[in-house]
Design a protein around this ligand. Structure first.
Ligand code: PRP
Ligand code: URA
Length: 208
C-alpha cells in the first residue's frame, strides 16, 4: 500500500483557501473540484500505454493510447459527489458507480445505505473518491462493497487524511493506494480531522 501526499504548489494554495472558515459554499465546491482534478492527474500517472498507428496529414504515425482496464469513478455519498466533476474533467467517459455510506455520529461506525454499480464494475479500475479520510471506517466499508463485486483494482483519492484513517486502510486493504492533498495531525474526540475542513458534506451542500 502507498499513501501519497501530492505537494504541487497549486494544490497547497487551493487547500489553504479550502480550509478558510470564510470560504463560501460556491468557493468550497469549486476548490474541491479543482484540487480533485490535480489529484486525479497524479493518481493516474501509472496508467499503462500502448502503441497504435494513427493516420495523420503526414501519413501513418505511431502514437500512444491508454490501455488496460477502463476506469470507473466511485464517489462515496454524499461528500464524494463534490469531487466527481473534478475527476470527470480529465476522464469524461468514465463510468460512475455510487456507494452510500455515512458514519454514525455517536459510534463513528460506517452505515451502508445505497449502492448502484455498473455491470462491468469488476473489470474496471475504480477511482474511489471521498474528501475526508478520518477514522477510515467509511472508506474501508466502500472498499469492501467494491471487492464483494470482484472489483479488485482500487485507488482512493481524498482531500484530507488523518493518520488513523491511513493506518486503517493500510491494515485492512494494503492493496489500495491512496492519494491525498494533505495528511493532517489527528482526530479530535468527535472523530473530526484536526485541523481538517470541518464537515465537508455540510460545506459542499450548504446544509449548515
Ligand atoms: C464524511 C466523509 C467521509 C466520512 C469520513 O461523511 O465524507 O465519508 O465522513 O469519516 P470516517 O473516515 O471516520 O468514516 P459523512 O458520514 O459525514 O456523510 P456525508 O458525506 O453524507 O456528509
Ligand atoms: N467527516 C468530515 O466531513 N470531516 C471530518 O473531519 C471527519 C469526517
Amino acid at each position: 500500500m502507498s499513501f501519497t501526499v501530492v505537494n504541487h504548489p497549486l494544490i497547497r494554495h487551493k487547500l489553504a483557501l479550502l480550509r478558510r472558515e470564510a470560504t463560501s459554499t460556491l468557493q468550497f465546491r469549486q476548490l474541491t473540484q479543482e484540487i480533485t482534478t490535480l489529484l486525479t492527474y497524479e493518481a493516474t500517472r501509472d496508467l499503462p500505454l500502448e502503441q497504435r498507428t494513427i493516420q495523420t496529414w503526414q501519413g501513418p504515425v505511431e502514437a500512444e493510447r491508454i490501455s488496460g482496464k477502463k476506469i470507473s469513478v466511485v464517489p462515496i455519498l454524499r461528500a464524494g459527489l463534490g469531487m466527481l466533476d473534478g475527476v470527470l474533467a480529465l476522464i469524461p467517459s468514465a463510468r460512475v458507480n455510487v456507494v452510500g455510506v455515512y458514519r454514525n455520529e455517536n459510534t463513528l461506525k460506517p452505515i451502508e445505505y445505497y449502492k448502484k454499480f455498473n455491470r462491468d464494475i469488476k473489470i474496471r479500475k475504480a477511482l474511489l473518491i471521498d474528501p475526508m479520510l478520518a477514522t477510515g471506517g467509511s472508506m474501508a466499508a466502500a472498499i469492501e462493497m467494491l471487492k464483494s463485486e470482484n472489483c479488485d483494482s482500487i485507488v482512493a483519492i481524498c482531500i484530507v487524511a488523518a493518520p488513523e484513517g491511513v493506518q486503517k486502510i493500510e491494515d485492512l486493504h494494503p492493496d489500495v493506494n491512496i492519494y491525498s492533498a494533505a495528511l493532517d495531525e489527528r482526530l479530535n474526540d468527535n472523530g473530526y480531522i484536526i485541523p481538517g475542513l470541518g464537515d465537508a458534506g455540510d460545506r459542499l451542500f450548504g446544509t449548515k
